[in-house]
Design a binder for this molecule. Structure first.
Ligand code: FAD
Ligand code: UDP
Length: 369
């Protein structure tokens, strides 16, 4: 058994960033992951057909943080990429395919109107249902665009994705796709929107390639095993698992991925991702990877996502009940002197990749004093 100054549990963004920072400061680090690969859920690889895919669903990098870009740019070059998504939604007896987030195009196409930009808000004011105060994810959408678009684009998708009604989720969930009055059809508005030029996995390889870092894959650690191996533990796995689910398991949402490959050169989908607003369609979205990666290939690989309560934890559930239970675990975590909890699973936060990197950089700074 190799001992080190620090043991990092998890080789995703949180674990890789913190390992690198500590190793550069002279600490010896063992980073262990139960999976047989690095990168956590951002891992990418070539599939059997030679297409670069994201086995754990589409990962698009976007951030407003210059510090995060500067740090990651040490380990990768970038390819500019602005992500666009359409939603296929039930509408007036049929199905329509429109841009999401809702923008001027979405409204004009669905309502058969031709609105100048300054006529958008007055139109929205006619269809929306004012809600005050806005308390839930349902309120956010009803307050912005009213019941018809809420039903068609958000209610079914959200019920499938979370196994909960939007009225049972915090405002933060549907606020991620806020309504716009202009024609901007990009999914994100961040200043920096790029993909790692050669993919995520080579970037992780670069981060973890340091003489002070030793990588152990296929190593499933619990708290006791981790502590037996180093005076400091950085835990990036689920926080409830660290405490052996003492207060009962936290609610997590998982996904099942259905990958497929279709020969042919043209793009098959009208955008990188097609969201399925119809609750009767069992999956939430389909992604065609060649849009994301820019890869030129004789065939196209796609993935469909089916949400479920069973399986690996992918999403913390943003609602008051889950938060209350998390707070009990957080109180325990705060009292653990020799463990640092960081990342999406360890902090039970609906973090994007850049937020995980930013949090890990801060944690590394704290450890190093
Ligand atoms: P993870 O990537 O989950 O890494 C944790 C690692 O710890 C895992 O590899 C796990 O195997 C390991 N581990 C856990 N417990 C143990 C244990 N006991 N012993 C050993 N190893 C253990 N973010 C974006 O910014 N843009 C996107 O487009 C985007 N799309 C996403 C799509 C999907 C479907 C999902 C699920 C997430 C998406 N995200 C996206 C979020 C992004 O995946 C996360 O923010 C980020 O990957 C979290 O990094 P992490 O290191 O905290 O956790
Ligand atoms: N959402 C929706 N319909 C859509 C897009 C998003 O109902 O067409 C809701 C849904 O609840 C989703 C949330 O908005 O979980 C956040 O969407 P995002 O695309 O950010 O989800 P993620 O990529 O994190 O899965």
């Amino acid at each position: 058994m190799v001992r080190s100054d620090v043991i990092v549990v998890g080789a995703g963004f949180a674990g890789a960033v913190i390992s690198r920072q500590l190793a550069e400061a002279g600490r010896t680090v063992v980073v262990a992951d139960r999976r047989d690969h690095i990168g956590g859920n951002a891992f990418d690889r070539l599939d059997a057909h030679g297409v670069l895919i994201h086995p754990y669903g589409p990962h698009i990098f976007h951030t407003n943080s210059p510090e995060v870009v500067a740090f990651l740019s040490r380990f990768t070059a970038w390819r500019p990429y602005e992500h666009r998504v359409v939603a296929r939604i039930p509408w007036r007896g049929g199905h329509r395919v429109v841009p999401v987030p809702i923008n001027r195009t979405t409204i004009c196409r669905l309502y058969g109107v031709d609105l100048a930009p300054d006529q958008m808000q007055p139109f929205l004011d006619r269809i929306r249902t004012p809600v005050d105060p806005v308390r839930t994810s349902a309120d956010v959408v009803l307050n912005a665009v009213g019941p018809d678009l809420y039903q068609a684009m958000f209610r079914g998708y959200t019920r499938k994705q979370w196994g909960l009604d939007p009225s049972e989720l915090d405002t933060t969930v549907t606020s991620r796709v806020a309504t716009r009055t202009d024609d901007d059809d990009r999914y994100f508005t961040d200043r920096f929107q790029h993909m790692p030029a050669d993919g995520y996995t080579p970037m992780f390889r670069g981060m973890l390639d340091h003489p002070g870092i030793r990588l152990e894959l296929g190593a499933d650690l619990d708290a006791a095993t981790a502590h037996a191996r180093a005076p400091l533990v950085v835990w990036t796995g689920p926080v409830d698992a660290y405490f052996a689910h003492r207060f009962g398991p936290l609610p997590w949402r998982s996904l099942r991925f259905e990958h497929q490959h279709i020969p042919g050169q043209g793009r098959l989908l009208p955008a990188a991702v097609v969201n399925e607003g119809d609750e009767a369609v069992p999956y939430t979205r389909t992604t065609e990877f060649r849009w994301l990666t820019g890869q030129d290939h004789t065939g196209s690989s796609l993935v469909r996502e089916y949400s479920s309560a069973e399986g690996d934890p992918y999403y913390p559930i943003p609602n008051p009940q889950a938060k209350a239970l998390y707070q009990r675990y957080k109180d325990l975590a705060d009292a653990e002197p020799a463990t640092v909890f960081t990342g999406r699973l360890a902090q039970y936060r609906y973090f994007n990749m850049d937020q995980v990197v930013a949090a890990a950089l801060v944690q590394a700074g704290k450890i190093l004093g």
